[in-house]
Ligand binder design. Structure first.
Ligand code: KIV
Length: 290
């Protein structure tokens, strides 16, 4: 029997290298979407939590600009800089390399790093990719479509983000549900299709009515929707790690479940999240008022 050792990442072979695992890739994520297997994503901002999330079975790690709120204590994500995003992306990627992690890493383009021009977006996206991200995420529809196309044509995978876009919280009038009413719903449908046509391979849908998120998901043949507060009909789910561990400084949004409850480790809580997303028991649509 081969010897093993207990580490924060689980029971690993003692003296031998880890058995090779296949890195998560875009084709694999697309194949999961086509098969109907839910894609799991959590945010992480440092080496250790990224390694634990990877060991818990997460396919995707989002180095979200939510780090401004949960790590830096800012009131919103607006103050997060590209330099900070690169620092945290490098930390996450280093952590994954230490444990031969396989997760797909998405780096958030922060406010002010892509709005000026497509060239500015390319420079910022290049910095995140050189920090180790596999994909970049940017918020908004309409004007972002050509930016997405510009990046994708230059070999940079892009995740778009519609619905509640926290970088524009001041313009939206607060953290509130989006896509309500015929006009807003139609705009979301239109922008989702345009982003897919521009080459976005993923689309985060944040705080939109579950029925609308399901409809958008079904209308997209090449783009995987990842929901947060958008019901269970999306191709995958994402949560802010601190929220699902119940260590949020503010009140948790009501669509969040505290996965630490009943678990004795962070890794077990993350594994419970993965299992619940995969078997469809999270999210619980009856908890949504929208
Ligand atoms: O920054 C972030 O964590 C995000 C998620 C909430 C999707 O954008």
């Amino acid at each position: 029997m081969s010897e093993t050792t207990n580490t924060p990442y689980g029971t690993l072979p003692a003296a031998s290298p880890l058995p090779p695992r296949k890195p998560v890739s875009l084709p694999r994520l697309q194949e999961m979407r086509e098969r109907g297997e839910k894609i799991t994503m959590l945010t992480a901002y440092d080496a250790t939590f990224a390694a634990v999330a990877d060991a818990a079975g997460l396919e995707c790690i989002l180095v979200g600009d939510s780090l401004g709120m949960v790590c830096q204590g800012l009131a919103s994500t607006v103050g997060v800089t590209l330099e900070t995003m690169c620092y945290h992306t490098e930390s996450v990627v280093r952590g994954l390399r230490r444990v031969q992690g396989t997760a797909w890493v998405i780096g958030d383009l922060p406010f002010g790093s892509y709005q000026e021009s497509r060239e500015q977006a390319l420079r910022s996206a290049t910095a995140l990719m050189q920090a180790g991200a596999h994909m970049v995420k940017l918020e908004g529809g309409g004007w972002t479509t050509e930016t997405v196309r510009f990046l994708v044509e230059r070999g940079i995978p892009v995740c778009a983000h519609l619905g509640l876009t926290p970088q524009t919280v001041h313009a939206l009038g607060g953290y509130r549900v989006q896509g309500r009413g015929d006009l807003a719903a139609e705009q979301l449908r239109r922008e989702s299709l345009a982003l897919q046509d521009a080459g976005a391979a993923m689309l985060v849908l944040e705080m939109v009515p579950a029925a609308l998120a399901t409809e958008v998901t079904q209308s997209l043949a090449r783009c995987a929707t990842i929901g947060i507060g958008a019901g269970k009909g999306t191709a995958g789910q994402v949560l802010v790690m601190h929220d699902m561990l119940g260590i949020n400084l503010r009140k948790n949004p009501k669509f969040v479940r505290n996965f630490m409850q009943g678990q004795d480790s962070v890794r077990a809580a993350m594994a419970a999240y993965v299992a619940a997303v995969k078997d469809g028991s999270f999210p619980d649509d009856s908890l949504h008022a929208w």
